[in-house]
Write a new protein. Structure first.
Length: 279
């Protein structure tokens, strides 16, 4: 298929925790079929397959937010034109950081982890976070999930067969250190790793997509995060009823992917002045 005739021709997809870029496989195929160049960069050390990370999770133990952001900024900043950037879960927080730093033509975040200052903590999130937060020693570990924990956190509205299939295909342990640091950030003076300027008028348009039944990052968190933005730029939110945290892989994901792309194309900006400012 020919390249898109309107807006950016490149889409960058940022994965979250407990998964790898493989979690975007359906969206990559769909967007490439529409003529887009699609990049799904891995976190540092995540360039191997899911199965390899399960055998040796040491890259996960050593992961840091600055290292992730350096990787993402290198990818996005190396493109000829600002791309559409999308992120899921923790990847959504990293997309917000990218936009705040002047990268990208437009951003879409799906069931995003919150940026610093968002203090809403629904009960379902507390339960979903318990495998990491139950033990402070997890700050130095790659924290695993049992299938039952995965089912509650990621796939609570999936049928059993699909839930099991996603666990087998996508699941890897997650960085306990980054997870703990994100929780503690609101209690430490000064901006931490996931802080953004909510008054940044130069930030590209941003859309929050929220799964109505998400246990880990429920709609209340998405609404609070969106309301924190006070800048004179576009910030919108859309909820998909009945969806779990792993929306990019849930049945009916095509509707979410198409909505995200249509919104991004409609709101994308080239913003050459910001590209020049970074040069």
């Amino acid at each position: 298929m020919s390249a898109p005739s309107k807006g950016p021709d490149t889409i960058v997809l940022v994965h979250g925790f407990w998964v790898t870029p493989r979690s975007w496989e359906n969206w990559i195929t769909r967007y490439e079929a529409k003529g887009y160049r699609v990049l799904a960069p891995a976190y540092p050390g995540f360039e191997v397959e899911v199965e390899a990370l399960k055998r040796d999770p040491s890259p996960i133990e050593n992961l840091t937010v600055p290292a992730i952001m350096t990787r993402l900024e290198t990818v996005v900043g190396g493109l000829a034109e600002p791309p559409i950037i999308m992120g899921n879960s923790a990847g959504g927080a990293f997309v917000q950081l990218l936009l705040d730093r002047g990268y990208g033509a437009v951003g879409v975040v799906i069931d995003s982890a919150p940026t610093e200052g968002v203090r809403v903590t629904p009960l379902s999130q507390i339960k979903a976070s318990f495998p990491v937060l139950k033990n402070p020693a997890n700050r130095h570990k790659a924290v695993p999930l049992t299938y039952e924990q995965w089912r509650y956190i990621f796939t609570n509205t999936f049928d059993e067969a699909d839930a099991r299939a996603t666990y087998d295909r996508y699941y890897v342990p997650a960085s306990g250190g980054i997870f703990w640091d994100s929780v503690l950030a609101n209690f430490i003076p000064g901006p931490q790793d996931v802080a953004v300027n909510y008054h940044n008028d130069a930030r590209a348009p941003l859309l929050f997509l929220s799964g109505g039944e998400d246990h880990l990052m429920p709609p209340a968190i998405q609404r609070s995060n969106a309301k924190h933005y006070k800048s004179n730029t576009i910030t919108e939110i859309k909820e998909f009823p009945g969806r779990s945290h792993l929306m990019p892989a849930q049945k009916g994901w095509e509707e979410v992917a198409d909505y995200a792309l249509a919104w991004a194309v409609e709101h994308a900006t080239r913003r050459p002045e910001m590209a020049s400012a970074r040069a």
